[in-house]
Ligand binder design. Structure first.
Ligand SMILES: [Zn+2]
Ligand SMILES: [Zn+2]
Length: 328
């Protein structure tokens, strides 16, 4: 196996920077002779923040795809609506325990692509660090680290940079990052839409997929991955003699089933839980034995928030105790 070195990673990053995001994704998924890129992981990250300042990270959606594990690194036929690729995407949803009581948009409970776990912020950072530092060869550390193709959606990455003091994770500064892709931009390059800021709901509709709870961080990461892959491969997935412009739908390679049925199947597919954290957590009293909705201590509330001049804090006071309050 070829070795990866900081210089090779740097040179790969420079090569990929000259290409469009769609081209990079197509190369990674489909091309045979791509050198070190063949060993890359495709990682989508979606961060969710509390609704009120000071902003805290509440959820982290992560998906990973490892080309090496799918077919010894050789490209595979994507199948209807890319189902043969998408079934190898590992979806993770982490909620930050200490911030789980903070109001946020969307429903953090409504994750549909696997198991949610509650973690500390340190555990989440550690896991991201591990993903970004994976050996080419487990048995030989001298072979260096595998490249990462990092993908985000729209301004989610920029927001993360702005809020770096709240959650110190910036993939663009990591030496293993060889490309930074925007899943909101790939549909524009693939001519699915002309809007640079098209939301999840609209983009998924173009593939006849109905989005459920796309404001959940875990679902958002998976939907971003789906949108990017279906857009980048639209010609292969949907193109045919009677559909030369590769309009999405039950056409071409994807004529046998609907995209919605593939997404439904992915939601029912048994995805391994994240290797960290606990699946049960009550953010009112800090117990790992019951959930918030089953909490027997429903009379507890945070007096600090109760006496706060901010309406949102008063309204949120019964979701946690003083000991778990983020305000000191
Ligand atoms: Zn409780
Ligand atoms: Zn409080």
């Amino acid at each position: 196996m070829a070795a990866s070195t900081p210089a090779k990673l740097k040179s790969l990053r420079a090569t990929l920077a000259a290409k469009t995001h769609q081209e990079v994704l197509r190369m990674y998924i489909q091309k045979h002779e791509v050198g070190l890129l063949k060993h890359a992981f495709l990682v989508t990250v979606y961060r969710k923040w509390s609704a009120n300042p000071p902003y805290h990270l509440t959820e982290l959606g992560i998906t990973t795809y490892d080309r090496q594990r799918v077919n010894n690194g050789q490209p595979v036929l994507a199948g209807p609506h890319a189902e043969y690729l998408l079934k190898h995407v590992w979806c993770l949803h982490l909620r930050i325990r200490s911030h789980a009581h903070l109001p946020s948009t969307g429903d953090a409970n409504a994750y549909h692509f696997g198991t949610t776990t509650f973690v500390s912020q340190e555990e989440a950072l550690h896991m991201l660090h591990e993903i970004w530092h994976q050996p080419m060869d487990e048995a030989d550390p001298d072979k260096g680290l595998r490249p990462i193709v990092y993908m985000s959606f729209g301004d989610n990455d920029g927001m993360g940079k702005m809020r770096k003091t709240a959650f110190d994770f910036d993939p663009s500064s990591m030496s293993t990052t060889v490309a930074i892709l925007d899943a909101q931009n790939i549909p524009v390059q693939a001519k699915i839409t002309r809007s640079q800021t098209a939301p999840f709901e609209y983009l998924l509709q173009q593939f006849k997929i109905q989005a459920f709870d796309f404001d959940n961080g875990g679902n958002a990461a998976m939907y971003a991955t789906v949108i990017a892959i279906l857009s980048a491969l639209r010609n292969e997935l949907y193109g045919s003699l009677d559909n030369p412009r590769a309009k999405a739908g039950q056409k071409g390679q994807s004529s046998s089933k609907s995209a919605q049925s593939v997404i439904q199947w992915l939601m029912e597919w048994p995805t391994p839980a994240p290797p960290i954290g606990v699946s049960m957590y009550c953010w009112r009293c800090g117990s790992a034995e019951h959930s918030f909705t089953e909490c027997p201590n429903s009379d507890l509330e945070c007096s600090k928030c109760m006496n706060s001049p901010h309406t949102w804090r008063k309204e949120n006071a019964s979701t946690h105790t003083e000991g778990l309050c983020i305000f000191r």
